[in-house]
Design a protein around this ligand. Structure first.
Ligand code: 2M8
Length: 440
């Protein structure tokens, strides 16, 4: 497994640990997030993993993205899971039979889920190319470009349920932060029966401590939401009138804006017109500030389209718009203050890891998944944002904290936000990949 030798401080040892973790999770044409917990291909994991692979196995980085986009649906959506047909049924819940994508027109031949994850792929493709530009990487960009454009079009078209130019999510899994406190209030309106859920068998709790994972009630709601979306053939027309969970997420929409910036760069490189992408990046950034920023509280929040209101929880989701280079000065200043407050504890020398939720909140849970623990993908996005806004002092502090986490605990999935102890899967793909990126 990925357990590190006690404080593998030397960068060479850390680098080798991360490479070994990625190699161990490589599965003929993609990388699994974790051999035990997540044995298929996940959408945004693959993007982060490609960024890491670009430093050591560039061929695999491109293969990773190709495999994912080969499973893109006809409407442009990139499914959040691509199932490995070689695995036995029951290796993950909910598996292919539950999603039943085979019955949907426009789904690919391979079994997939029907929902999406944050669109960080254009950024990843651009970073993979930029790491070592070549004829090969230009050809890969040219293959991906129309697919990435279709992916953006899906999110800004069919998924613009609010009508203001932002994408909505139909399931907490689409945010990537499954059980974040951000989703508690919109989820409370979703009718769900724990007894129904108990008829299914969860597999996550075979591999991770149940006290560190979402609850059975959370899962009952996750299942009810998939049931509702699947019953409509995963169609998006009329969602506003029928779907019980519709939220504009700051992270998903930050990724949407970042993707347009990356597409502008990719367009320039492949002979297409970057202009429309720059304009869309500007529009998405403006819509994000207009719709999801609370100037009084000084942070971003998800907007619940069922109530029309911002969700009050102050989670790490709210910090993510800092990753946008075009974010106006006021929200930039507010997010820096929020990140450096006792809620998140960002500093040029950090004494504790960055948590995924406000550590002063009563519902902060240091062990439970996205309700407190520190995650390297959020750290990495914030690290990039700090550099984009020239806060190199804070970026260095966050990077040191990221390196320290792996040096102390190994390539774990997430980390205790006080002690840095490793939690979840011990050999996790994006933890390894993003470590390589910050070490490089
Ligand atoms: C987690 O989500 C899956 C469902 O998609 C699960 O809990 O089974 C999340 O951490 C998500 O962000 C991540 O992409 C996935 C695989 O690492 O696991």
């Amino acid at each position: 497994d990925g357990g590190a030798p006690a404080r593998a401080r030397d960068a060479g040892a850390l680098w080798r640990l991360a490479v070994a973790t990625l190699d161990g999770n490589w599965e003929h044409d993609h990388t699994v997030p974790s051999r035990t917990l997540y044995p298929h291909q996940w959408s945004w994991d693959s993007a982060f993993i490609a960024v890491g692979l670009s430093h050591v196995r560039p061929d695999r980085a491109w293969r990773e993205l190709r495999t994912l986009f080969a499973a893109q649906w006809a409407d442009g959506r990139v499914p959040h899971i691509v199932f490995n047909p070689a695995l036995r049924a029951g290796s993950y819940f909910p598996g292919p039979a539950f999603w039943d994508s085979a019955r949907v027109a426009g789904a690919p031949a391979v079994a997939t889920s029907g929902i999406v994850q944050p669109p960080v792929h254009a950024l990843a493709a651009w970073l993979v190319h930029r790491r070592a530009p070549s004829e090969r990487s230009r050809a890969e960009l040219a293959w991906l470009y129309p697919r990435l454009v279709a992916w953006q079009r899906y999110l800004t078209g069919r998924r613009d349920v609010g009508g203001a130019g932002l994408a909505s999510i139909v399931h907490p899994w689409e945010s990537g932060l499954d059980n974040s406190p951000a989703w508690d209030s919109p989820l409370a309106a979703v009718p769900a029966d724990v007894a129904v859920m108990r008829a299914y068998q969860r597999h996550d709790t075979d591999h991770a401590d149940a006290a560190h994972r979402p609850t059975d009630l959370d899962y009952a709601r996750y299942v009810a939401l998939v049931d509702a979306y699947r019953a409509g053939g995963y169609r998006d027309d009329g969602l506003g009138g029928r779907h019980p969970f519709l939220v504009e997420c700051p992270l998903v929409n930050t990724a949407l804006g970042l993707a347009e910036h990356a597409l502008a760069a990719i367009a320039r490189e492949t002979g297409a017109d970057p202009g429309p992408h720059r304009e869309r990046a500007t529009r998405i950034t403006a819509a994000l500030v207009d719709r999801l920023y609370d100037p009084v509280g000084g942070t971003f929040h998800p907007r619940d389209l069922r109530t029309g209101r911002l969700v009050p929880a102050r989670t790490a989701l709210g910090l993510m718009p800092l990753a946008l280079p075009g974010l106006p000065a006021r929200p930039v200043a507010a997010l820096l203050a929020e990140a450096c407050s006792p809620r998140f504890g960002l500093a040029a020398r950090m004494d504790r890891p960055l948590p995924s939720h406000d550590r002063t909140a009563p519902d902060f849970e240091p062990l439970r998944y996205w309700r407190g623990p520190s995650w390297q993908n959020l750290n990495w996005l914030l690290w990039r944002g700090l550099r984009a806004h020239h806060r190199f002092d804070l970026a260095a502090g966050l990077r040191d904290s990221m390196v320290d986490l792996v040096a102390t605990a190994g390539c774990h999935e997430y980390f205790h936000p006080d002690t840095g102890a490793g939690l979840g899967s011990p050999a996790f793909g994006w933890t390894a990949a993003l470590l390589l990126d910050v070490l490089a």
